[in-house]
Every structure is written in structure tokens, then in C-alpha cells.
Design a binder for this molecule. Structure first.
Ligand code: Z5A
Length: 207
């Protein structure tokens, strides 16, 4: 059984990750690919508990170091119990956010050093990297407006616009640094056009 492929979906606030995840899952299944859909932070019982603590607006003030370590603690569990076993048994992984989010939110948003993130990435992931990353991108105001329309903002969503501008910039920088892995898809266009772009990029990847 050949090892499965690891696809991640990334992007800032309300860019349409959840919406398009279902579309991508169905597209892969249509091509006979066994796919496990998961998310970060989360994906295991312990990692989901960490997610809850990270997103909870009522949490005590979480230090930047604590936030970074919690994200990687959740990731370590996720890799050990979900991602690695699935890939090893030939399943593909479709993951809503992964380490590019850490470079974007903790690196860009919180101004933490990329070298610190890279050190933890190496510790927790070893050589594991996504094979394909779909970076959904839209102007911050559009994403925030869409996220707000759902109401009930979490701890991250309650940040100021400047934070999300920095997150977006860091994501786009990641895409510049890793052009063969990260494909940018603009989502400030009708959903049907986003889906057509996704088909194009994933179709190329499958070929
Ligand atoms: N985090 C971190 O800090 N460090 C890390 O390493 C990791 C994560 C892994 C997880 O939240 C939080 O954890 C995240 C970063 C942090 N913080 N935030 N914020 P999440 O993964 O749940 O993230 P989210 O950004 O909050 O996801 P979201 O709010 O669910 O947004 P979305 O999935 O991208 O959007 P959506 O729900 O699919 O779409 C939003 C609305 O727009 C919805 O009503 C759609 O119907 C609509 N929509 C979508 N596409 C379109 C188009 N094309 N046109 C019109 N309307 C559209």
C-alpha cells in the first residue's frame, strides 16, 4: 500500500476553509481516494481539549510562549494518533490548518521568531510536511465580515484588524517561500469560481 498524501487547507479569518473543505473531500472521493478529514488545533481527544482552551475567550491571559507550545502539543498528539497512522495505511489526509498557520498566527500575528517556530516544527514533525497546501486568500475585511456574520467570535476572532493583516502577510510570505507546495486561491469571488480553481490545482496535483 503506497503512503497517502498530506493536503492542508490554510487561510485567515472567514476565507472559506470550512465551506471548501467539504467540496475538496467530495472531489477526492469522486476520484476513488480514501481521505481522512481532520483539523488543527484538534483531531484527537486531547488536542480538541487544547483547542477549546486556545479558542476560549474566558481563558486567563495566555502568554505567547504558552500559546505556541499548546499549538505544538496538540500537533504532536495529532501526528502520532491520526496523521501518521492514516498516511502509513495509504489514506490521504485533508487537514484544516497545520504549521503554516503557526507561522501566520504566532509568527505574523504575535511577532514570534520564525526560528523558534522552525525549531519546534523540527522537534514535533521531523521530516513530515504537507505535500500540497491550498492557501485560501481574501482581503481581511471581507473575511472578517463573513466570520462576523456567523456571530459569537472566539479568542482569535476577537483580535484587531492589524493582527489579521499581519497574519495574511505572513501566509502570503509562506507561499512565496514554498511556491511548489503552497498554491494561493483567491476567495473574494463567487464560490463556483473558487471551486473551479480548486479543481484545477488539485487536478494538476493528482496528475
Ligand atoms: N491557530 C493558530 O493560532 N495557530 C495554529 O498553528 C493553528 C491554528 C493550527 C482555529 O480556528 C484558530 O486557531 C484560528 C487560528 C488558530 N483562529 N482563528 N480565527 P479555525 O480553524 O476554526 O479558524 P477560522 O478562521 O475561525 O475558521 P472559520 O471561521 O470557520 O472560517 P472559514 O472556515 O475560513 O470560513 P467559512 O466558515 O467556510 O466561511 C465563512 C462564511 O463565508 C460562511 O458563511 C460561508 O458561507 C461564507 N463564504 C465562504 N466562501 C464564500 C464565497 N466565495 N463567497 C461568499 N461567501 C462565502
Amino acid at each position: 500500500m503506497p503512503r497517502g498524501k498530506f493536503i492542508t487547507l490554510e487561510g485567515g479569518e472567514g476565507v472559506g476553509k470550512t465551506t471548501n473543505l467539504v467540496f475538496i473531500e467530495n472531489y477526492l472521493k469522486l476520484h476513488g481516494i480514501p481521505v481522512v478529514v481532520t483539523r488543527e488545533p484538534g483531531g484527537t481527544v486531547l488536542a480538541e481539549k487544547i483547542r477549546h482552551l486556545l479558542l476560549d475567550k474566558e481563558s486567563e491571559d495566555i502568554s505567547e510562549n504558552a500559546e505556541l507550545l499548546m499549538v505544538f502539543a496538540a500537533r504532536a498528539q495529532h501526528i502520532k494518533h491520526v496523521i501518521e497512522p492514516a498516511l502509513a495505511s495509504g489514506n490521504w489526509i485533508l487537514c484544516d490548518r497545520f504549521t503554516d498557520a503557526t507561522y501566520a498566527y504566532q509568527g505574523g500575528g504575535r511577532n514570534m521568531k520564525n526560528s523558534t517556530i522552525a525549531w519546534l516544527e523540527n522537534l514535533v514533525q521531523g521530516s513530515l510536511k504537507p505535500d500540497l497546501t491550498l492557501l485560501l486568500d481574501a482581503p481581511v475585511e471581507i473575511g472578517m465580515e463573513r466570520a462576523r456574520s456567523r456571530g459569537n467570535l472566539d479568542r482569535f476572532e476577537s483580535e484587531k484588524i492589524h493582527f489579521f493583516e499581519q497574519v495574511r502577510r505572513a501566509y502570503l510570505l509562506q507561499a512565496e517561500l514554498h511556491p511548489s507546495r503552497i498554491k494561493v486561491i483567491k476567495t473574494n469571488q463567487p464560490l463556483i469560481d473558487v471551486e473551479n480553481e480548486l479543481i484545477n490545482v488539485i487536478g494538476n496535483f493528482l496528475r
